[in-house]
Ligand binder design. Sequence first.
Ligand code: FAD
Length: 475
Amino acid sequence: MSTDTAKGVPGDAAVNELEAALRGTLVRPGDLSYDDARAVWNGAHDKHPALVVRCAGAADVLSAVAFARDRDLTVAVRGGAHSIAGFSTCDDGIVIDLSPMKGAFVDPDRRRAVVQPGLTWGDLDHETQAFGLAVPGGLVSTTGVSGFTLGGGVGWLLRLYGLSCDNLTAAQVVTADGRAVSADADEHPELLWALRGGGGNFGVVTSLEFRLHPVGPQVLAGLVFYPLDEARQVVTRWRDATADMPDELTTLLDLTTAPPLPFLPEKVHGTRVVVVAGMYAGPPGRGEAAVAPLRGLGTPVADLMAPMPYTVMQSLLDPLWTAGAHNYFTSAFVEPSDTVLDTLLRLHLTTPTPFSELHLHQLGGAFARVPADATAFSRRDASVLCNVIARSPTAAGFEGHVAWARAARREIAAHGDGGLYVNFSGDAGEDKVRAAYPDAVYQRLVEVKDAYDPANMFRLNQNIRPSAGLTATVR
Ligand code: FAD
């Protein structure tokens, strides 16, 4: 590296000084661990940051933020590194990697957990299930708690206990001006509101406090596979069944291709199928009646719905979602009318790879009872969140797969309010980020952005632009 410069790519002396100030480690190009340190889950993003600061705690975050601010460096913030848009890496700038920060403190009496931002859902479930408790998490255990929660957090406990962000009660944040602030209902309440669905726009979150709920250890959960020739009947019956389900049961309809796995009959391997997945979060014995309709949507080719540990359900899909493949997600909130279901079934027949699929997340229940102004995530009256997924093991043809997903989303979103879920999205761009939030919510997010990051230092995210526009020179 060149000698130190006041602005831009830092020289050796400045980097050495930063390194000396850290309890964690600093990784730079040429280091043996550089390729490991720069890797993110989504293989579609192959970036080369100038520095990766692997933070051991909030003190390291403060040092890294000050270093980046003084040099106008591009800043990527990383929790679990699962950003679909690749926001947790960058070329030439600095990655503030929080993944080494894995502390978790569970208080079963107060039903609260205070956790550091490097935890995955697998890590956090491990800690909380020891007490028979859980924070509503996601469908894949390798996903990071922090990025997931800041964008919203849709999972199997959504209808019983809401989104992950609905259960975020406090957070500590390092802001762009180098302060460490605590946000809760009394202090910096607008910041806490914005962190509950507004993404990583407002600073680096160094700890999160969550409400805990009793869950498991056993739940009734799993998947039921139906053949393509019953698809119309299955999706219609699923839609009708969701109108009258207990909050304990949250379901997902997956229009996908059957993987060549031993629990599926060989005749369906590689064919398009309809899968209904779900979890009943109350006592499994009571769940049998609730899940019975999911088994009667047609003639199942495989019924894998059974009592299992909550932690098993939380990682059941992990083998299908390994790191390194090329991925693009986009999404829309819809009402599952006959026309929408027909559209989805037609799109199911055009998925570009066997790994590409359409997920219909059932909403409602506790999710819908959260007042629309309580969190920045505010699409509370939608019935279904559709996630359009283009996934391919290699880069070959990937641009075309992304084009398929975008076109599919356009068709689906035409039947809804045009909104999307920021966590189920590639780089949405300004117009779609605006559309992700109702106008009044977006405006409120801009006000919080103005208060905590007026120069848009934290802009590698589904970006809420401050009203002053881009005043920082970001490299
Ligand atoms: P990262 O890439 O580390 O972070 C993403 C962004 O969040 C960062 O760029 C940054 O802007 C911000 N960020 C992260 N941590 C912090 C922090 N501590 N402070 C400030 N900003 C921060 N979503 C669901 O709702 N439900 C699901 O079931 C679900 N399943 C998924 C499964 C897979 C395999 C994948 C890849 C994604 C899934 N998602 C799901 C989407 C997921 O919510 C987002 O990808 C989320 O951003 C992942 O968080 P992370 O910490 O792993 O990501």
